[in-house]
Design a protein around this ligand. Structure first.
Ligand SMILES: [Fe+2]
Length: 302
């Protein structure tokens, strides 16, 4: 299955206006409304017509991520593969596809309670980013072909979730990590992560995170990437100015080399804002094994 990138995310919120302010004033993305879809906000960050679909709800939660197949032919092939492997999927209707600005999509339940969608042919509008906060660009590749960023998703059954993403969805392992929050407790089993890439140079488009009690919607964090240190620094200034909660202070990750900080989104999950993420040539890459998430910083216990 040839999944190219993370095309969009669907997020639920009790407070659409709070999301509007956060996305525009802090992240510097373009927020817009569509009269045919009341109770929604839509967010642009690059050539794609829509990257975030924010939906009014009684809950604050990350709902799901949408993954883009290469084209319609590959999408049809992917559905045949799902059927062949006995994986159930639910077709999306035309109105829902239009809401996502894609030609077609299906919803799939992955092991571990992870909900996702597969789609093809998202709409691009090629509008230059007119960031309300002056962000020059978000790093998403040529015409957005590296996807909007990456997500880290918690699962109570890491082996089953990992097997599904690799054997069924065709993701490949980038880094096999197991690390220990508490170095002083030798009995503590630690935590396993699997960093997976799909068919674009981004070091990982999804990380699977072992957890007994995943948050509602399973999301640990969502990463968006800016161009350089100053863009990240300016973003951190806006985080401070708008009194946004910093979940994890600045640090540099080991495996993808991302310099980043994590802040709390209006729906509760963390957003990693970073720059300098590694891009890989998969024809030459050998999967790595690691035990340490950060070279420096990222002190989440402070
Ligand atoms: Fe991340």
């Amino acid at each position: 299955m040839d999944i190219r990138s993370l095309a969009y995310v669907v997020v639920e919120t009790t407070d659409l206006e709070r999301w509007h302010r956060f996305a525009a004033d802090v992240l510097g993305m373009v927020v817009f409304e569509r009269p045919e879809y009341p109770d929604h906000k839509f967010i642009r960050m690059d050539d794609f017509a829509c990257r975030f679909i924010i939906s009014k709800s009684s809950e604050n939660r990350f709902k799901l991520a949408g993954w883009q197949l290469r084209d319609e032919q590959e999408y049809r092939q992917a559905l045949l593969e799902l059927t062949h492997q006995g994986v159930e999927f639910a077709p999306g209707c035309a109105r829902e596809a239009n809401l996502r600005q894609v030609d077609d999509f299906v919803t799939v339940q992955a092991p571990g309670g992870i909900e996702l969608e597969l789609c093809h042919t998202p709409m691009l509008d090629y509008q230059p980013l007119q960031s309300p906060a002056g962000v020059k660009e978000f790093i998403t590749g040529q015409f957005g072909d590296m996807g909007l960023g990456h997500i880290a998703v918690a699962t109570p059954d890491l082996p089953a979730s990992y097997d599904f993403f690799v054997s069924v969805l065709g993701f490949e392992l980038t880094d096999y990590m197991h690390f220990y929050f508490n170095q002083e407790d030798p009995e503590h089993p630690g935590q396993g992560l699997r960093f997976l890439h799909c068919n674009n140079p981004r070091h990982h488009s999804i990380a699977l995170f072992e957890s007994d009690q995943p948050a509602d919607g399973n999301l640990v964090h969502l990463m968006v990437e800016v161009a350089d240190m100053d863009e990240l620094g300016l973003m951190m200034d806006r985080v401070r100015q708008h009194e946004i909660n910093v979940v994890t202070p600045l640090g540099r990750h080991t495996n993808d080399q991302m310099v980043s900080t994590y802040v709390e989104s209006p729906s509760g999950f963390a957003i990693e804002i970073g720059f300098g993420g590694l891009q890989c040539d998969w024809t030459r890459f050998t999967p790595t094994r690691s035990a340490k998430p950060s070279v420096w910083g990222h002190f989440w216990d402070t």
